[in-house]
Design a protein around this ligand. Structure first.
Ligand SMILES: Nc1nc2c(ncn2[C@@H]2O[C@H](COP(=O)(O)OP(=O)(O)O)[C@@H](O)[C@H]2O)c(=O)[nH]1
Ligand SMILES: [Mg+2]
Length: 344
């Protein structure tokens, strides 16, 4: 699962990238971008570890992509955004440490997404027209004509300045556009990179809505703090009254906005969190662990972390008959601990 950091040159993408992943950005790769994994922190893993005392702990991780800075005049931005086609979510980094109108980036960024999508859709329409100019069998022709009609509607929406996430596309239209992984269709959020001494970050976060979640982080300062030893850091934070941005909360928020969640597996060998799209079934979860588990799926035995924590052991959860037997189509919950029964 990939999340892209985007924004205008010098907004603090690479600073934030290092803070989120712990991997320093390599200036030699600045023009192409770079990616690294960020583990998804979850205090419930700690609880499960206390209960199971496992040999191994594995946290699900997301891939964070740092991208080349966008130009304010839009020139060349479509190409710079190309690496984000595969991302599930776009995080706009808006620099506010050296200017006052950081939120203006949101409007400009939507324009960039729309322009990049228009390029893709218009290019496809050209190729579609070329195909239709040739003699082709009727069923194929009808299929291509359907694609053409859909893309013309999509192009018209983009041309009138509407990002696709706001165009109420039908499922049928989405089925056509899905393959192009259009950028203005992806969920997004804003991280405002504030000055180290920003005293009122609420002036940014107060504007947060479900449609446009906004977080504020003094990325430069947080990265400096993250590089310090824990002792120096604690002293510095106490003395200056700064720091303490909720990195863990931010990573989990990005996960939720992307439409993903985690579930757990737990035993004496390993306690582990796994990433699945929200709405995933027990069969999807099994497949995420190993395709053999999906192929030979018999049932899922499901407990919740809450029950385990409350009762203190798996044995007690079983004794209280709180282990559910669920079929393939069971929709997995965020608090579930799964054991997949399967035949080989
Ligand atoms: N004062 C201040 N400077 C920052 C902050 N974040 C980034 N910078 C500076 O802005 C410049 C660009 O940062 P960088 O992360 O490379 O931006 P990018 O172009 O978006 O990757 C660097 O010189 C950083 O030191 C911040 O939060 N506060
Ligand atoms: Mg950079």
């Amino acid at each position: 699962m990939k999340i892209g950091l985007v924004g205008y040159q010098g907004s603090g993408k690479s600073t934030l990238f290092e803070w989120l992943t712990g991997v320093a950005s390599d200036p030699a790769q600045a023009h192409v971008g770079q990616s690294a994994m960020a583990e998804i922190p979850d205090e419930r893993i700690g609880r499960l570890v206390e209960i199971y005392q496992p040999k191994k702990i594995t946290r699900a991780a997301i891939e964070i992509i740092d991208t080349p800075g966008l130009a304010r005049d839009h020139q060349g931005n479509a190409a710079r955004l190309a690496t984000l086609r595969e991302a599930e979510c776009l995080v706009l980094v808006a620099g506010a440490f050296d200017r006052t109108d950081a939120m203006a980036d949101v409007v400009s960024f939507d324009e960039d997404l729309i322009l990049a999508d228009m390029e893709i859709v218009a290019g496809r329409l050209e190729r579609v027209a070329q195909s239709l100019a040739k003699p082709i069998p009727r069923p194929e022709r009808e299929k291509i004509q359907h694609e053409q009609a859909t893309l013309q509607i999509v192009l018209a929406a983009l041309e009138s300045g509407n990002p696709l996430r706001e165009s109420h596309m039908t499922d049928e239209q989405r089925a056509v556009t899905r393959a192009f992984r259009l950028l203005s269709e992806k969920p997004r959020m804003v991280i405002v990179n504030t000055a180290d001494d920003e005293s009122r970050p609420e002036r940014f976060t107060d504007r947060s809505t479900d449609a446009l979640p906004v977080a504020a982080v003094p990325a430069g300062l947080e990265l400096e703090l993250a590089r310090m030893s824990p002792e120096d850091r604690a002293e510095f934070e106490a003395e200056m009254g700064v720091g303490g941005s909720d990195r863990d909360g931010l990573v989990r928020r990005m996960l939720a906005i992307s439409g993903y969640m985690t579930f757990f597996t737990a035993g004496e060998k390993e306690v582990r969190s796994w990433l699945v799209p929200k709405g995933a079934t027990a069969l999807d979860a099994a497949d995420g662990i190993h395709s053999d588990l999906a192929r030979g799926f018999i049932r899922a035995e499901v407990m919740t972390v809450s029950d385990l924590v409350l009762l203190g052991s798996e044995r007690e959860v079983k004794a209280q008959h709180l282990v559910r037997q669920e079929p393939k189509g069971y929709v997995v919950n965020d608090d579930d601990v799964l054991l997949i029964r399967f035949s080989v």
